[in-house]
Design a protein around this ligand. Structure first.
Ligand code: NAD
Length: 473
């Protein structure tokens, strides 16, 4: 049983001045897994004041000092691997192997990558007598979602600290454990007081107080469009910068010459992985009409052999969804698909046999989906595949782009020139061809309603920098 009664503010663990205690349950069992103190507006004020004070000296640290700090954080992060893995599994219900191989690994890489980026980042450029300088913007509020509870706080924090900003992190209230471990890592790594602060709490309270705070200079927000609108509205009063990373309804274009095993690997990793709770999930699967049967012959046995169950048991591929509410949402969409006339190939409503206590769902595949159906247009955030057939590549590209989102795209095809051509026509921020290895340092972000920000690597650092021109230097 985890018991976290304090917030991390100004270099120390402190009782909230104002707040409540939230009881969290294990998504796999429904049993209480811990209690977490949630702060209030007074705690945000304390944290922002601490970050503002710390900014005076931290913003003037040298590149070398910040590189050394990020490396110390990364070393400590690595030392706390088991704690991070257990935290993610407890809050998200993610199978341990995935908590380690994906969540922990992606969190760690952000600190190592930020140190590397910092080594060569150009803060000053000279154009004749004109000097253009990139300077840390100030206090950064980092608001993160629950589905990548280690990566999201790590990516934002690493970029902000590399840039010379101080931060106040507000993680999702459903998944606060890994952020608490992160704060412990910061403390152990010797991050100066006030440079990193953690205030757990509700979005409507803590998120709103941060977004509207006059002493916060930038908000980096990842989450839903509804909350992003509220953040942007609250931030507008003080004209602060708001970077948003939102949802998606990403296409996977399986080209006529595709290796269907590669196509299915992509779907299992990115759509069924993390129990479908992936913003960039390829949840619209575009298959050439003449290869549909063949595709299903490869896909369905592999989906049906996924081992669903206890995330702490070796060999489990798929854990539960995070909450009862998320379970209801996914059920609602499965019913929507049935009502709209899509054909259910495997999965469907309800819980898998013998898994009644946690928020488990059946990995589900629909065919005969048309792109105007709700299940093809709205983000489900669960392991639900909508297969849409097409007759020409031209038509496939049209369907791929017929969405208000533009976070990611996937292209599977043997002729790489043809695959690259399709990739160049997909309106999305991140396109993966075949089984290309993921690059955690390439700019991450979306087109259209998937947000306006770019995270990670040099682009991620830019979100925390202001531009100053000095003439006559
Ligand atoms: P959410 O919008 O409910 O919450 C995200 C964060 O915002 C939480 O910390 C929450 O407490 C806070 N929040 C909520 N209301 C707020 C308000 N009024 N003011 C300030 N903060 C507020 O989203 P979620 O359910 O946690 O996450 C799922 C969503 O996140 C999905 O749409 C998913 O696609 C998206 N997501 C996007 C990316 C990306 O990189 N683009 C990555 C992960 C998740």
């Amino acid at each position: 049983m985890r018991e976290y009664t304090k917030l991390y503010i100004d270099g120390a663990w402190r009782e909230p001045e104002q707040g409540t205690v939230l009881e969290l349950t294990d998504p796999a069992t429904g049993e209480v897994s811990g209690r977490v103190a949630l702060g209030g507006e007074a705690d945000v004020n304390r944290a922002v004041a601490a970050a503002r004070r710390a900014f005076v000296s931290y913003s003037r640290t040298s590149r070398e000092e910040r590189i050394a700090l990020l490396e110390r954080i990364a070393d400590e992060y690595e030392r706390r691997a088991d704690d991070m893995v257990e935290a993610v599994t407890a809050e998200l219900g993610c199978p341990r192997a995935l908590s380690r191989g994906m969540h922990f690994a992606a969190g760690l890489i952000q600190f190592r990558a930020a140190a590397e980026v910092l080594k060569t980042f150009e803060f000053v450029s000279q154009r004749g007598a004109t000097q253009v300088r990139k300077e840390p913007i100030g206090v950064a509020a980092l608001i993160t979602p629950w589905n990548f509870p280690a990566l999201q706080p790590a990516g934002k924090t690493a970029s902000a600290l590399a840039a010379g900003c101080t931060v106040v992190l507000k993680p999702a209230q459903l998944a606060p454990y890994s952020s608490i471990v992160l704060a412990e890592i910061m403390e152990a790594a010797g991050v100066p007081a006030g440079v990193f602060n953690l205030v757990n709490g509700r979005g409507s309270v803590i998120g709103n107080a941060l977004s509207s705070h006059p002493d916060v200079d930038v908000v980096s927000f990842t989450g839903s469009a509804d909350a992003a609108l509220q953040v942007s509205t609250a931030a507008a009063k003080t004209s602060k910068r708001v970077a948003t990373e939102l949802g998606g309804k990403s296409p996977q274009v399986i080209l006529p010459d595709a290796d269907l095993n590669v196509a299915v690997d992509t779907a299992l990793t990115w759509l069924m992985g993390n129990t479908g709770q992936i913003c960039s999930a390829p949840s619209r699967t575009l298959v050439p009409r003449e290869r549909l049967e063949e595709f299903l012959e490869v896909l369905v046995p592999r989906v049906e052999s996924l081992k669903i169950g206890d995330p702490r048991e070796d060999g489990t591929h798929m854990g539960p969804l995070i909450s009862a509410e998320q379970w209801q949402t996914v059920q609602h969409y499965i019913q929507e698909g049935l009502d709209a006339g899509a054909t259910l190939v495997t999965g469907g409503p309800g819980k898998p046999d013998g898994l009644d206590s946690g928020h488990f769902v059946k990995p589900t595949v629909f065919t005969r989906v048309t792109n105007d159906m709700t299940i093809a247009q709205e983000e489900i955030f669960g392991p639900v595949m909508s297969v849409i057939t097409y007759d020409s590549v031209e038509e496939a590209v049209g369907i791929a782009n017929d969405t208000r989102y533009g976070l990611a795209g996937y292209v599977t095809g043997t002729d790489l020139d043809a695959a690259r051509d399709v990739a160049s026509r997909i309106q999305a921020g991140y396109v993966i061809i075949n089984d290309a290895e993921f690059d955690w340092t390439a700019p991450w972000g979306g087109y259209k309603e998937s947000g306006n920000g770019r995270e990670w690597g040099p682009d991620g650092m830019n979100e925390y920098l202001e531009t100053k021109v000095v003439l006559g230097s």
